[in-house]
Design a protein around this ligand. Structure first.
Ligand SMILES: Cc1cc2nc3c(=O)[nH]c(=O)nc-3n(C[C@H](O)[C@H](O)[C@H](O)COP(=O)(O)OP(=O)(O)OC[C@H]3O[C@@H](n4cnc5c(N)ncnc54)[C@H](O)[C@@H]3O)c2cc1C
Length: 428
């Protein structure tokens, strides 16, 4: 048997008692992860469901996710993996759709998961397409009417019903779910429309900001290092205080810096920038050594090649292009002979290798972000039903809410969980 694969447990959902299958018409706005999940659970519970998607097909982000592999869930998700005004908002949903339940659900729609040691899960096919194919077939079989190329432009409510308006039609429904996602990755159909709809019903929208995103640096040298990739420990510094340390890949780029370690610190960095705080990063290019050991290593390296120029010598421990600009920042000419360096200069170099600072000026923007922080305030949503506390019959699920997850399957995790709860509850 393949590592991480358990034998399939088949899972069915029949219409439970207490569900009103008569005249319960539901509109779901958005055919992404949360909208599809909600449609499936609401339809399976007997409701008459119509899903509106303004793209020509549903689930574009699912297809693009995880570099085409879809990191579909994480076995270890908890409120600690999320940010927002109230990260504990997610706890109930994550309990309802715990990993065991989700895996059974996946089996029921013909999807087998490959579970990695760190809790990340992918489809066994290693292809995001499998996730969409399985989910789409299940939603179609459930009886949901899927309308594509159907951009919702307005949602209004009278005493009893909601009216959902597209450019072509106006339809009345007893309940509406806003599952329009966030502004991240507009090229995949993302829009801020959900916030507009929520606002029109009196909901508070917390300022949005890109997350899981590359950062812009204020330095004249990063464009010259564009394309250079290495491993480093990245420390995020906000208003002079160290906030987070992550070790992983970094990649210099024309605009600044990217890589998994950068994406991992980007939520806090982006939120601080939104709040006009001073943001910088410090790179430790040899994270496995402490400060003193690093000085010893550099001294030993230089002692063994005293006749080399300092750039050539440094290339023994760090990438050549990085060595060039590190020396420039240290104010040491590349051609300086190693034996001509004084102890103070050697210390300075060792110090820079362990703590190379860059000011962060901006993120690379929503277009390049995987997700967005901020959104519809969770304070006005019931986390056990996903229904608005202000408007009866209006529901929210997924990234449109002020919840943003870490990298590692956590964002889909909340989208599936909140979508499932909304779907079940709307069908009641
Ligand atoms: C490149 C990329 C890779 C990612 N990889 C991962 C990953 O591996 N793991 C992970 O956990 N997360 C990943 N994410 C994040 C994840 O895709 C989202 O968190 C998740 O899709 C959110 O689901 P949602 O249903 O809330 O929103 P979405 O999936 O964005 O769905 C919203 C839908 O609403 C539609 N819509 C918007 N406005 C309207 C309107 N007015 N009328 C009709 N339709 C409308 C949109 O077209 C969209 O289809 C990735 C994101 C990106 C961009």
């Amino acid at each position: 048997m393949l590592k991480g694969i358990i034998s399939p447990v088949w899972f069915t959902d029949t219409i439970p008692s207490g569900y009103n299958t008569v005249m319960n018409t539901i509109a779901i706005i958005g055919g992404g992860a949360s909208g599809l999940m909600a449609a499936l659970f609401a339809s399976r519970s007997g409701a008459d469901v119509t899903l509106y998607e303004h793209n020509s097909g549903v689930g574009k982000k699912i297809l693009a996710s995880g570099n085409g592999r879809c990191n579909i869930i994480n076995t270890t998700a908890s409120a600690d993996d999320y940010a927002g005004n109230d990260p504990h908002f997610v706890t109930y949903a994550l309990k309802q759709l715990n990993f065991h339940y989700f895996e059974k659900f996946c089996h029921s729609i013909g999807l087998i998961l490959d579970i990695k040691d760190d809790g990340r899960c992918y489809p066994l096919s290693n292809e995001a397409k499998s996730v969409l194919i399985a989910l789409k077939s299940a939603v179609s079989e459930s009886g949901t009417k899927i309308l594509t190329d159907a951009k919702v432009i307005a949602i209004t409510k009278d005493d009893t019903h909601f009216t959902v308006q597209t450019q072509q039609s106006k339809q009345r429904y007893s309940k509406v779910l806003i599952a329009t996602g966030s502004e991240a990755a507009p090229q995949l159909g993302a829009s801020a429309e959900g916030y507009r709809f929520a606002k029109s019903f009196g909901h508070e929208i917390l300022p949005t900001y890109p997350s899981l995103v590359q950062l812009h640096l204020n330095s004249k040298n990063h464009p010259k290092m564009a394309g250079v990739k290495t491993t480093a420990e990245v420390t995020l510094i906000i208003d002079g205080k160290s906030k987070e340390k992550i070790e992983g890949d970094i990649l210099f780029a024309n605009y600044g810096i990217s890589g998994l370690a950068i994406l991992d610190i980007s939520q806090k960095a982006s939120y601080a920038l939104l709040n006009k705080q001073r943001v910088s990063i410090s790179l430790n290019l040899l994270p496995r050594y402490d400060r003193q050991t690093l000085v010893t290593i550099v001294e030993k390296l230089f002692a063994s090649v005293p006749k080399h120029d300092v750039h050539t010598a440094l290339c023994g421990i760090i990438p050549a292009k990085i060595a060039t600009y590190l020396l420039e920042d240290a104010g040491i000419a590349l051609s300086t002979t190693v034996s001509a360096l004084n102890p103070k200069e050697i210390k300075k170099l060792s110090h820079l290798i362990g703590e190379w600072k860059f000011d962060v000026t901006d993120t690379h923007g929503f277009k390049h972000a995987e997700v967005s922080g901020g959104g519809v305030s969770t304070a006005q949503i019931n986390n056990k039903t996903m229904e608005s506390k202000l408007i009866k019959g209006l529901y929210f699920a997924g990234e449109v809410l002020d919840i943003v997850g870490r990298r590692g399957g956590y964002n889909f995790n909340f989208a599936w969980a909140s979508g499932m709860i909304a779907g079940k509850e709307m069908a009641k």
